[in-house]
Design a protein around this ligand. Structure first.
Ligand code: NAD
Length: 465
């Protein structure tokens, strides 16, 4: 990025203030096309950057970093004309003589703060929505994935004028400096702890916020679940990206009758996906840094010393910055692993026989980002009726995040507002109501309040309510 943060911000504000060509349909589409071309041209570099940052396999990079962004671009491009179109609102009785419309308008200058765990997708995906909405944006990628963040900066600098999109690299200090600027919208993806800091900062400037946060996403495997299918989806969702996925299954409540079968099926899946020595598998990503690896091995030691059992498939063995997938049984509510987002390839299995207790436990915890149910429609409906969560997946995991047509976001401590597709477009747009007067009769009710006006007011009230 050239220039100081304040200068870039001022340039973006000036551009937005002019509300000129950049915000029409053609300009927005052109920006999306430019981004698409740039990403297609740099695919190999993206694969290499993510391999450098945390040993992600090429297939995983394509599936979870590149594809979602390209899909977001094509989905937005296809629907943009409709999303941008003012929506006509029919006049209610009192409003006869007017015409009403809701006109989507770019919020202005947006800031996007991205986390390290999907460092390309979670920086570029929100940028697609910002561009579709006609915003200018400053993107701050994570400092923990230097290769990918540098590449994001390079792609942006080569593709966009800095007064449309700029990347600012750095850690908490840089983010703090950015947060002092009066952005029109802040789109933050990261931990609930930093989410609170971002929201507090936004309170000073009264920027609107979208907070995409994390938490512990539970899975329920019911008595009527297809265990083979459940194991396939749970193992993929949990161990992809070495478990460093916001919507990964965090722990599994499994019905007593399915417990042993699920453990066996999960062990088989781990071996099928990563072989008998998972840390040697190129399909298993690294843990992002030593601090997180120590945190994860600490969680396992704490659980084990308090009586939990680690089951193989994987072993929880750490080597070369990796942690082998591991299943944990016998956890209790007091263990650290039960109270903190695991964010690694560790999966506690908690047997149950009374679904009500499981539902009560889920409801007593902070609202999860995702909730997964394996079983028939009766079980799924009951779980959905009695809980809340950002999203729900039935007989699958992770996929609600990947569906371009579904809004994605958390609720309560797992987030606020929604991303993806039309929801993402709306996050960066102000839905501006416009009411035009043609022959509105309202002036008949203006003062002075004569008896005639009083009678008319009473009559109107009866008529419209
Ligand atoms: P994090 O909150 O530590 O960091 C996220 C971003 O915030 C980084 O760019 C970081 O530099 C910045 N940051 C750090 N301190 C800051 C401060 N004081 N003020 C402003 N910005 C600051 O999160 P992380 O460790 O990078 O990511 C992991 C977390 O993100 C997990 O909780 C995970 O569940 C969550 N997550 C959520 C989603 C989602 O879509 N809901 C997606 C991915 C990750």
């Amino acid at each position: 990025m050239d220039g100081r943060i304040e200068d870039v911000f001022a340039a973006q504000q000036a551009r937005v203030a002019q509300r000129r060509v950049t915000q029409g349909l053609a300009a927005r589409r052109a920006a999306l096309d430019d981004l698409r071309r740039a990403i297609l041209a740099r695919q190999d570099d993206i694969v290499a950057a993510l391999a450098a940052d945390f040993g992600k396999h090429e297939v995983e990079v394509r599936l979870t970093e590149i594809l979602p962004v390209l899909q977001e671009i094509s989905h937005s491009r296809r629907h943009l004309r409709r999303w941008m179109r003012p929506r006509r609102v029919m006049p209610r009785l009192l409003m006869i003589g007017t015409s009403a419309r809701v006109v989507p308008q770019a919020r202005g200058v947006a800031m996007i703060i991205a986390p390290w765990n999907f460092p390309f997708q979670l920086a570029m995906g929100p940028l697609v929505s910002a561009l579709a909405a006609g915003c200018a944006a400053i993107v701050k990628p994570s400092e923990m994935t230097p290769a990918t963040s540098a590449l994001v900066a390079e792609i942006v600098a080569q593709t966009f004028a800095p007064d449309l999109v700029s990347v600012v690299q750095g850690g908490a200090d840089v983010a703090t400096a950015l947060l002092a600027l009066p952005f029109d919208h802040i789109f933050f993806t990261g931990s609930p702890a930093v989410g609170r800091i971002v929201m507090a900062a936004a309170a000073q400037t009264l920027a609107s916020v979208t907070l995409e946060l994390g938490g512990k996403s539970p899975v329920i495997v019911g008595p009527d679940a297809d265990v083979g299918r459940a194991a396939k989806w749970i193992a993929w969702g949990r161990f992809m990206n070495a478990g460093q996925t916001c919507v990964a299954p965090d722990h599994v409540f499994v019905h007593d009758s399915k417990r042993d079968a699920l453990v066996r099926a999960l062990q088989d899946r781990i071996t099928a996906m990563y072989g008998s020595d998972p840390v040697a598998s190129p399909a298993l990503a690294r843990i992002v840094d030593q601090r997180n690896l120590d945190r994860l091995t600490g969680l396992l030691q704490d659980a084990q010393s308090a009586g939990a059992t680690l089951l193989g498939g994987g072993t929880g063995q750490a080597a070369a910055g990796k942690l082998a997938p591991v299943l944990v049984t016998g956890t209790t509510a007091e263990m650290t692993i039960s109270g903190t987002e695991i964010f690694g390839p560790i999966l506690p299995l908690i047997p149950y026989d009374d679904l009500d207790q499981v539902l009560a436990r889920i409801n007593a915890a902070p609202h999860p980002l995702a909730l997964y149910v394996f079983g028939g429609p009766v079980l799924a409906d009951r779980v959905m009726r009695t809980t809340t969560s950002g999203s729900v997946g039935v007989n699958l995991t992770v996929m609600p995040f990947i569906h371009a047509g579904l809004p994605f976001g958390g609720v309560g401590t797992s987030g606020m507002g929604a991303a993806h597709g039309h929801a993402g477009f709306k996050a960066f747009s102000h839905m501006r109501p416009v009411l035009r007067n043609r022959f509105l009769v309202m002036p008949l009710l203006f003062p002075p309040y004569t008896d005639r006006v009083r009678r008319l007011a009473t009559w109107v009230q009866r008529l419209v309510t």
